[in-house]
Every structure is written in C-alpha cells, then in structure tokens.
Write a protein that binds this ligand. Structure first.
Ligand code: NDP
Length: 259
C-alpha cells in the first residue's frame, strides 16, 4: 500500500492525535502530558514498566479528560514495532497527526573509545537510529496530511564538548540526517519533519545531580539544567500550525550549550 492510499482509506478521528515513543518517564512523559494539555488524544509507548506507564496514562486522562493509552514497544525487539504502531493507529481512531520519536538510550558511564563494547554500540544505534526509522516507516501511511514528525536528537549530535560520548553522538548525528531526508520524503504529502536537540535535561538518563552535572551546567548560558517540560513545550510548538513553514529544521533546547 502506498502512503497516499493508506491516508485516504483510514477512518479518521476528529480529535488531534499524537503518538510518542518512550512516554513512560522523563522527557517522553512530559511530551505526552503537554500534547494532552493541548487537546490531543495521546498514545505513548513504554518498554519495561507497564504499571508505571499505565499510571502515567491514568494521570494524564484524569487531568485532561482525554483518553490516553500506554502501548508496549521495545525498539531492540524489531518484531514489536509494527504491532505497536497498528495498535496505536487503532486506538487513535485511524490516524496519527503527530509522531514523536523520543525513546532513546545512552551509556552515561562515558566509556573510553576503545572500551565501547559491540553490544553497547548496537544497543545505542538500534534504539536511537534504527528504531525511530522503522517506527516512522510503520507509522507514515497513517500520518495525516499536514501532520508532523518530531525527532528527539541531542545537542551532542552537533558538537561534542567532552570525552566518552562517541557512540551516543554518532546515533544522534544520524537523527539529524534522518530528519533532513525524511522532511524531503514526506514533504510532498504535506507532512513536516523536525528535530529537537535538547541539552542537559534533568531526567533519569541525565540527572541534575549526576557525576558530570556541574560540568554540564557550566556549559549553559544560564548555569542550570533544563526540565522535561522545556523540551515538551518546544515539541508541541514545532508540531503545531504555528510552525507550518518549518520543516527539516533542528530546534536546540539546550540553554545555549551549543551557542
Ligand atoms: P530516560 O532514560 O529518562 O527515558 C528514556 C525513555 O526511552 C524511557 O521511556 C524508556 O522506556 C525509553 N526506551 C529506552 N530504550 C528503549 C527501547 N529499547 N525501546 C523502547 N523504549 C525505550 O531519557 P530522557 O527522558 O532523558 O530522554 C528522552 C530522549 O531525549 C532520548 O532520545 C534522549 O537521547 C534525548 N535526550 C535527553 C537528554 C537529557 O539530558 N536528558 C539530552 C539530549 C537528548 P522504559 O522506561 O520503559 O525503559
């Protein structure tokens, strides 16, 4: 089936819909919340903690009065991708207005280059690059015309100011290329594709009291970490009609780290 024919045949929900990967915690949970706050029906994916994910979905539904769903997806298990997207499309009434590729992995132990194991490299590339690529291929036939894809990259995809981040930086630089190419490929359908490149955001992946946190704070203009809502508000903006002439772009949300 071509993307165009699938767009024509899907039954459509009137409410705006958003699918967010890795929405059980951290930046993804904030993105799910902010899209729901903006009137979107949200489905988000989780990998490991079903109970926590369902609690997040219940909380968002209670706060917004909008149905919110948690769906299992493990980007390292390729066979889970197509069923998860099909499930999301069914839940969201046959269409996805916004897809946010947020789920990601980083080895924060900052290993020396020669110590990066093939397993870590494969996990990083599979989760951060191949996963979003395959998710987007599965979702694209269901993304609305005038819909939007938002890829969560990293400021480390552009500049790498410290050691031990090579596998992660490699994966996030690929997200920039993915965003540019996809903007061309999906643009003729009216679908916009953009990247958000966060800097130091206080989450389990990169806690504001972690080992390298003082250094990270020192690289920002404000001398402080950002919070997940900083990224989430930018995601809602760049997916919205307000950003209708923005595609193939990277929006830094890094407190000036890469300035
Ligand atoms: P967290 O580690 O707090 O959350 C990661 C999320 O990704 C979780 O929901 C996790 O699910 C999910 N996930 C991880 N591996 C997989 C997988 N194999 N399959 C499916 N889901 C998976 O990270 P953040 O919230 O900090 O990061 C979110 C995004 O932002 C990532 O892409 C990250 O690279 C990016 N980023 C973060 C920055 C930061 O400073 N925090 C800076 C720049 C970019 P589960 O809980 O089920 O394991």
């Amino acid at each position: 089936m071509t993307i165009e024919s699938a767009q024509q045949t899907t039954k459509t929900s009137k409410r705006k819909t958003a699918l967010i990967t890795g929405g059980s915690r951290g930046i993804g949970a904030a993105i799910a919340q902010q899209f729901a706050n903006s009137g979107y029906e949200v489905a988000f994916t989780y990998r490991s903690n079903q109970e926590a994910a369902q609690e997040t979905a219940r909380r968002i539904t209670a706060e917004t009065n909008l149905p919110t769903s948690a769906i299992h997806l493990d980007l390292e298990q390729e066979q889970t991708i197509a069923p998860a997207i099909q499930q999301a499309v069914g839940i969201l009434g046959g269409k996805i207005d916004v897809l946010v590729n947020n789920a990601g992995y980083a080895d924060m132990s900052a290993p020396a280059f020669l110590s990066i194991s093939p397993e870590t490299l494969k996990r990083t590339i599979t989760t951060n690059v191949i996963g979003p690529f395959l998710v987007t291929q599965a979702a694209a036939p269901h993304i609305s015309p005038k819909g939007s894809v938002v890829n969560i990259g990293s400021c480390l995809g552009n500049r790498v100011p410290s050691r031990g981040l090579t596998s992660y930086a490699t994966s996030k630089a690929a997200i920039t290329g993915f965003t540019r190419g996809l903007a061309r490929d999906l643009g003729e359908l009216g679908i916009r594709v953009n990247e958000i490149a966060p800097g130091s955001i206080d989450t389990e992946m990169n806690p504001a009291d972690g080992p390298a946190s003082d250094y990270q704070r020192s690289t920002t203009v404000f001398g402080e970490y950002g919070v997940p809502d900083d990224v989430a508000r930018a995601a809602v903006f760049i997916a919205s009609e307000e950003a209708s002439y923005i595609t193939g772009a990277t929006l830094a949300v890094d407190g000036g780290t890469n300035a």
